[in-house]
Design a protein around this ligand. Structure first.
Ligand SMILES: NC(=O)c1ccc[n+]([C@@H]2O[C@H](COP(=O)([O-])OP(=O)(O)OC[C@H]3O[C@@H](n4cnc5c(N)ncnc54)[C@H](O)[C@@H]3O)[C@@H](O)[C@H]2O)c1
Ligand SMILES: [Zn+2]
Length: 364
C-alpha cells in the first residue's frame, strides 16, 4: 500500500497516529477510537467538496454527528468572533463533554478547531482531518492551536494534542496549485533541515508531487510528519530545538508584515530561506544557495519577493513574537545552515547583515 502512518509521542499526552493514504478508509481509522457523539468543523471551500463523504464514513464507523459547522474559508476565520460562533453552535447542538470535534480543512480550520476543542467544556477530543498540504505536513502536527487578534497573528492559543490525524491524499486533488506550493515550501524547509534520505526524496519527488502523484505526495508527507514529530517530541514547548523549524521564517515574517499579509506564507518562506542561505554563506561559509534555488523552482515557488522597503521588513522582523528579550545585543537571531541537515539556531545577525541578505532576494 502507498503511504503509511507515523506515531507521535510527545510524552505529555497519549501517543497518537498520523495516518496518510490515498482513498484513506476513515471508517476504519476513526473506528480505532471509541466512537461517540461528534461535530465536524469545516470551511466554505472544503465543506461542499468533502464534508458529506467524511460524515458518511464517520456514521459508518458508529459516530453520531450532532452538527456540521462551516466557517468562511481563509485566515479571517481564525478570529474571536468566529470562535464564539463555533462554540455557540456546539453548545446549541448539545455536543457533550466527552464529544469529539473533527476539524476538516486546512491550517485555519485545524488551528481554530483545535482551540475550540481545547476550551469547549474545558476541553473535548480533537481529530485533525487536514485537507491542505500545509496542514498535512505542518499545522496538524505539534499540538499548537489558536487564533489571530487584530493586533497580530496567532496571539491567542493553546497546546492540544489530537486523538488522531487522518490525511486522505485524494483530498489534495481539489487543492489549488498555488496552495499546494505553499505546503511544498514547508516540505522543502524540513527536507533541507533533515538532510539524509528526506533530502534525497526532495530531488526524487517534488516534480511528481506537483502533478499530484499520490506516491510522491505520500512519501514527502510522511518524511515531513516524521521529521516534525521528532523535533517537537524532543522540544514540545518550544524551548530550543523546535526553533530550527523557524528556518526561513525570520525574513518571511518581515516580508509578510511589510506586504500587509498579501504575500502567501509559503512564498515568503521560500525567499526567506534564500536570504538565510545567503547569510549562511556569508557567516558560516556554506554555499547552499544553488541547491535552494533548484528545489524552490521545482516546487513552483518564487526566488524573489516583490520590491518593498527593506527597512519596513527589518522593522517587522523586530516585532516577531518569537524573539526573546535576551536577543538585544545580536539584534536578530537566525536559524542558519552549516550544511544540508545541519542547522544552527540562535545565530546573531546584525541589522547590516540582515539588510544585505534581504536586499539580495528583493525584485528590483
Ligand atoms: N498550528 C501550527 O503549528 C501551524 C503551523 C503552520 C501554519 N499554521 C496556520 O495554518 C494556517 C494556514 O494553513 P493553510 O495554508 O492550510 O490555509 P487554509 O486553511 O486557509 O487553506 C488554504 C485554502 O485552501 C482551501 N483548501 C484547503 N484544503 C482544500 C482542498 N482539499 N480542496 C480545495 N480547497 C482546499 C481552504 O479553503 C483555503 O481557502 C495559518 O493560519 C497558519 O497560522 C499553523
Ligand atoms: Zn511556516
Amino acid at each position: 500500500m502507498l503511504a503509511g502512518s507515523v506515531t507521535v509521542d510527545t510524552g505529555s499526552a497519549a501517543p497518537y497516529e498520523v495516518c496518510v493514504a490515498p482513498s484513506l478508509d476513515l471508517a476504519a481509522v476513526s473506528g480505532a477510537l471509541p466512537p461517540g457523539t461528534a461535530a465536524i468543523l469545516t470551511d466554505s471551500s472544503v465543506g461542499p467538496l468533502h464534508a458529506d463523504a467524511v460524515s458518511g464514513a464517520l456514521v459508518e464507523a458508529g459516530w453520531e454527528i450532532s452538527e456540521v459547522v462551516t466557517v468562511p474559508a481563509g485566515e479571517v476565520s481564525k478570529s474571536l468572533a468566529v470562535y464564539e460562533m463555533v462554540l455557540r453552535r456546539l453548545a446549541a447542538a448539545g455536543l457533550p463533554r466527552d464529544g469529539t470535534l473533527f476539524a476538516l480543512g486546512g491550517g485555519v480550520v485545524g488551528d481554530l478547531g483545535g482551540f475550540v476543542a481545547s476550551s469547549y467544556m474545558r476541553g473535548i477530543n480533537l481529530v485533525q482531518l487536514p485537507t491542505s498540504l500545509l496542514a498535512m505536513v505542518d499545522s496538524s502536527v505539534g499540538g499548537k492551536v489558536g487564533l489571530d487578534l487584530p493586533e497580530g497573528k496567532n496571539l491567542v492559543g493553546a497546546f492540544l494534542q489530537p486523538q488522531l490525524v487522518a490525511a486522505n491524499l485524494d483530498w489534495l486533488v481539489t487543492l489549488p496549485d498555488r496552495e499546494l506550493s505553499q505546503g511544498l515550501a514547508e516540505v522543502v524547509k524540513m527536507g533541507i533541515l533533515s538532510g539524509g534520505s528526506f533530502f534525497d526524496d526532495l530531488g526524487k519527488y517534488l516534480g511528481a508531487a506537483r502533478d499530484r502523484d499520490a506516491e510522491a505526495l505520500g512519501a514527502l508527507i510522511l518524511d515531513s510528519v516524521r521529521y516534525k514529530a521528532a523535533v517537537v517530541t524532543e522540544d514540545e514547548r518550544e524551548a530550543g530545538l523546535r526553533a530550527v523549524l523557524n528556518y526561513g521564517h525570520t525574513v518571511a515574517h518581515g516580508l509578510e508584515a511589510a506586504a500587509g499579509y498579501d504575500l502567501p506564507h509559503g512564498e515568503a518562506v521560500a525567499v526567506g530561506m534564500l536570504a538565510a542561505a545567503r547569510l549562511s554563506k556569508d557567516k558560516l561559509g556554506s554555499d547552499l544557495i544553488g541547491a535552494h534555488r533548484d528545489l524552490l523552482r521545482e516546487a513552483g515557488l518564487p526566488l524573489t519577493a516583490p520590491a518593498t522597503d527593506v527597512e519596513a521588513v527589518l522593522g517587522a522582523m523586530g516585532r516577531d513574537k518569537k524573539r526573546r528579550s535576551s536577543d538585544e545585543e545580536g539584534r536578530y537571531r537566525f536559524v542558519l545552515l552549516e550544511e544540508i541537515g545541519n542547522p544552527v539556531h540562535g545565530v546573531p545577525v546584525t541589522a547590516a547583515e540582515a539588510r544585505s541578505a534581504i536586499g539580495s532576494i528583493l525584485e528590483r
